[in-house]
Design a protein around this ligand. Structure first.
Ligand SMILES: [Ca+2]
Ligand SMILES: [Zn+2]
Length: 265
């Protein structure tokens, strides 16, 4: 079933609304953004929907202070994302309360994703994952996927990246375990509970073939992100109302204007 089909919402009605200038200005801004920004996504990374410009803040540090070693859904979901993109790798999430030390593993909100730095293939996967998490999105949001997933900190190869010290980048990590056979991810409670935008936002419809995006965002006041696009060959303007909840496939089937759909202008 097609996920994003043009719908017969008269664009004129949209323009007649009090939001006409907002829409047009948003369109102009989106065109400018498209012209000036380039994406820096990793090549094999998990399918990443376009969630729009609104994004989570950086997760503050909130270390383990209870013990509930049951797997939290955001961590399970993140492990699945990685396994789908890179093939299944062992990923440990929980740790018993009797273990020594403070660890979000004891709250089921940390993941050890097993990749060995001495294996070139696994090292490449680790680099790809980290690049994907820390890339700037097309709206200029730094570390976009890490923020959307609620990653609080991560450790790899004697270095640690802290969401709460993001401007410092990767910093030396001097713990006993050098983390050269796995990446450690700790999640905020929001991320662990699937309350961050990776899990809650509605993705903007993909720009169909033959169309040029004008604006992306919430245009129809139904809480779902929409797409405004111009048909390249005809100059016709189309509105694609967003429909799906956060679908994972950014490379799914595209829908073009079809018989029975309305041209707006
Ligand atoms: Ca909408
Ligand atoms: Zn760990």
């Amino acid at each position: 079933m097609r996920r994003f089909a043009p719908e017969t919402i008269p664009f004129r009605r949209l323009l007649d609304s009090t939001r006409r200038w907002t829409v047009l200005l948003t369109a102009a801004a989106a065109v400018a953004a498209t012209l000036t920004l380039t994406s820096a996504t990793a090549t094999a990374a998990p399918a990443t929907p376009d969630f729009g410009a609104a994004i989570d803040g950086y997760a503050a540090y909130d270390g383990q202070d209870t013990c509930d070693p049951t797997i939290k859904p955001g961590v399970r979901g993140f492990r699945s994302l990685l396994n789908e993109a890179y093939g299944t790798h062992t990923g440990y999430i929980t740790r018993e309360c009797s273990a020594s030390g403070t660890s979000e593993h004891k709250e089921g909100r940390a993941l050890d994703y097993m990749l060995n730095i001495n294996d070139s293939g696994q090292r490449a996967i680790a680099n790809d994952i980290l690049s994907w998490l820390l890339a700037t999105d097309r709206y200029g949001n730094k570390h976009a996927n890490a923020r959307r997933l609620g990653i609080m900190y991560m450790i790899w190869n004697r270095q640690i990246w802290k969401s709460y010290q993001a401007s410092s980048g990767w910093q030396p990590y001097t713990g006993n375990n050098p983390h050269t056979d796995h990446i450690h991810f700790s999640f905020s409670w929001k991320g662990a509970s699937k309350q961050t935008t990776w899990w809650t936002a509605t993705p903007i419809p993909e720009t169909p073939r033959g169309m040029v995006e004008l604006a992306a965002g919430e245009l129809t006041r139904d809480g779902r992100s929409d797409l405004l696009a111009v048909e390249h060959d005809t100059g016709k303007l189309w509105l694609y109302p967003g429909r799906a909840r956060a679908a994972r496939s950014a490379a799914g089937p595209r829908s073009g204007p079809t018989a029975g759909t309305k041209c707006m202008i």
